[in-house]
Design a binder for this molecule. Structure first.
Ligand code: DMJ
Length: 643
């Protein structure tokens, strides 16, 4: 019979830990190593506890008897010169002989036993502090390790991987002098951001450009993983900043270590680190990036050990214990997080020949396909224990955005073979257009948020990426509506440009409304900030590639100038707290995505199209380019489109 231990990828739950006489009635003979280990640990703690307890008993007559008796029992000894009689390494003592020395020996032994006992108690207490979920996750992680080890032993050499066609890794230098100068200015901004991070934040995740020191947030856990280095690598490479690229490579080679007791966001680590490392590998051919990406991916796998196989939002890289964000509806995982793994995971399977990554993301897809969708919309929250939706909120901005993006990009990345993904994208976009996309009184097309049967007429800066997505998905759309989707992309680009243009700083707010006479303007104070986000510029770039309408370069240049004027400080670039204020205050964070995305999209906007052409490269949601894979002849099982 196949036990759950042999099904680590199925997401099945282990039986609850029960140490009573009737525990595991049919499975005693099939107990796995890790379970035996835990039982043994608890048993030995118990025995040590009983044994050690004697030494903590009050000074009773029983205790005294035992104490006295010790004088005549066997005490380990090797020296026979003092009149004792050696019996196989032990010495029998008569009363009055070397009494002092015996007492010392006895005391030493007793202290040792006490120390061992206390240590065992501490260990047992530590174990007991852990929740059942944590213990189960530890067991599952151990089991996975054993299975992986066994697999390694069994596995035959991997078949050689046909290398993807790496077209368009060139300078993309524009002939036009004015465009070249603008591009050079963007490169100079990248250098300013990098040099300051290099000087003041090196090895930290991000930079505080005003305090001039390292910065981090909980998405990266509590260790210095050099997020900015990994995120910036491919931008450095594309811009021809090769010395800086080599510095980054050296740091990664020597310092980037994933065996740290740190709880990180699975989604963020995937899009920034795995995406960044894979892109750096494909662009430069340096093996170290591939190796690090695969090592890190292995550390994320325990996050999938949930009853449904929908991963936790966070995972501890060392223990493999996962959990969800406290703020998420009813303990749910987030659609945009567990739905934004596909591109990187398919590449990992492709590069390693190990289907484990591919199977994880296909399992998520299959599960989503089976679920009912209210009005055809995907809610943002899904509970990984029950497999049920949380609150019925749908968004093309935060919490939902890149799930839709990755459906489209899964299709593009598969050389348009993954038609299942394309169908899911088309269905989702049709429902979004029907329920979420509206025109304001002033004629601006916007994408609202669906909350429990009600449309909130508010759009986030994050949602602005959708203009580019619609344009990218136009070709190949259902019923040949390419023109319609390109037009929709252009309308979203226009609305998002308006959200910039209606501010004092000409930088876009975090969220803007279309309600009560307000059009594309932030109303609440806590939505007026700009944190160097890329989405609006990302859409300008896609629209430029598909239309070559000069207004997109014009808008991109406006944004470049505004960033340089209002976000640049001597120690790097900072977000600003209020884009409607003429004297803005800084948030003092140089986000890693500023180097990964914002500056890269700007640079590409002023480069020739033959630099990373969109027929051959698909950009992940952190703007890391991954090549299109021609998978028709390879064996990633599970999806008919790949056979
Ligand atoms: C980036 O990390 C990614 O683009 C992600 O998909 C959403 N937002 C940030 C930048 O705004």
């Amino acid at each position: 019979m196949t036990t759950p231990a042999l099904l680590p990828l199925s997401g099945r739950r282990l039986p609850p830990l029960n140490l009573g006489a009737s525990a595991f009635p049919h499975h005693r003979a099939t107990l796995r190593l890790s379970e035996k280990f835990i039982l043994l640990l608890i048993l030995s703690a118990f025995i040590t506890l009983c044994f050690g307890a004697f030494f903590f008993l009050p000074d009773s007559s029983k205790h005294k008897r035992f104490d006295l008796g010790l004088e005549d029992v066997l005490i380990p000894h090797v020296d026979t010169s003092k009149g004792g009689k050696n019996l196989g390494g032990f010495l029998i003592h008569g009363q009055g002989h070397d009494e002092h020395r015996h007492r010392e020996e006895e005391e030493r032994l007793r202290n040792k036993i006490r120390a061992d006992h206390e240590k065992a108690l501490e260990e047992a207490k530590e174990k007991l502090k852990k929740s059942r979920d944590e213990i189960q996750a530890e067991i599952q992680t151990e089991k996975n390790k054993v299975v992986q080890e066994l697999k390694k032993k069994d596995s035959k050499p991997l078949p050689p991987v046909p290398l993807p066609n790496l077209i368009g890794i060139n300078s993309g230098e524009p002939a036009d002098l004015d465009i070249r100068e603008k591009r050079n200015k963007i490169k100079e901004m990248m250098k300013h951001a990098w040099d300051n991070y290099r000087q003041y934040g090196w090895g930290h995740n991000e930079l505080k450009p005003i305090a001039r020191k390292g910065h981090s947030t909980n998405i990266f856990g509590n260790s210095q993983m050099g997020a900015t280095i990994v995120d910036a690598l491919d931008t450095l490479y594309i811009m021809g900043l090769h010395d800086e690229f080599r510095e980054g490579q050296e740091w990664i080679d020597k310092n980037l270590d994933f065996s740290v007791n740190s709880e990180v966001s699975v989604f963020e680590v995937n899009i920034r680190f795995i995406g960044g490392l894979l892109a750096a590998y494909y662009l430069s051919g340096q093996e170290v990036f591939k190796i690090k990406a695969v090592q890190l991916a292995g550390k994320l796998l325990p996050a999938f050990n949930t009853p449904t196989g929908i991963p936790w939002a966070m995972v501890n890289l060392k223990s493999g214990v996962g959990r969800n964000w406290g703020w998420a509806s009813a303990g749910s995982s987030i659609l945009a997080e567990f739905g934004t793994l596909h591109m990187e995971f398919v590449h990992l399977s492709y590069l390693t020949g190990d289907p484990v990554y591919y199977n994880k993301v296909m399992h998520i897809r299959k599960l989503l396909q089976k679920m009912d969708r209210p009005n055809g919309l995907y809610p943002n929250y899904l509970n990984p224990r029950t497999g049920r939706w949380g609150q019925h909120h749908t968004s093309v901005g935060g919490l939902g955005d890149s799930f839709y993006e990755y459906l489209l990009k899964a299709w593009l990345m598969s050389d348009k073979m993954d038609t299942e993904a394309r169908k899911m994208y088309d269905d989702a976009i049709e429902a979004i257009e029907k329920h979420l996309i509206r025109k304001s009184n002033g004629g601006l097309t916007f994408i609202g948020e669906w909350k429990n049967g009600h449309l909130e007429r508010k759009m986030g800066h994050l949602t602005c990426f959708a203009g580019g997505m619609f344009a990218l998905g136009a070709d190949g759309s259902r019923d040949d509506k390419a023109g319609h989707y390109l037009q929709l992309g252009a309308e979203i680009a226009h609305t998002c440009h308006e959200s910039y243009d209606r501010t004092t700083l000409k930088l876009g707010p975090e969220a803007f409304k279309f309600d009560g006479g307000v059009e594309a303007v932030a109303v609440r104070q806590n939505e007026k900030y700009y944190i160097l986000r890329p989405e609006v510029i990302e859409t300008y770039w896609y629209m430029w590639r598909f239309t070559h309408d000069p207004k997109y370069r014009l808008w991109g240049w406006e944004a470049t100038q505004a960033i340089d004027k209002y976000c640049r400080v001597s120690g790097g670039f900072s977000g600003v707290k209020d884009v409607y204020s003429s004297s803005p205050t800084y948030d003092d964070v140089q986000q890693s995505f500023f180097l990964a995305e914002t500056l890269k999209y700007l640079y590409l906007l002023f480069s020739n199209d033959d630099l990373l052409p969109l027929d051959n490269w698909v950009f992940n949601t952190e703007a890391h380019p991954l090549p299109v894979l021609h998978l028709a002849n390879t064996t990633l099982s599970g999806n008919p489109a790949y056979r």
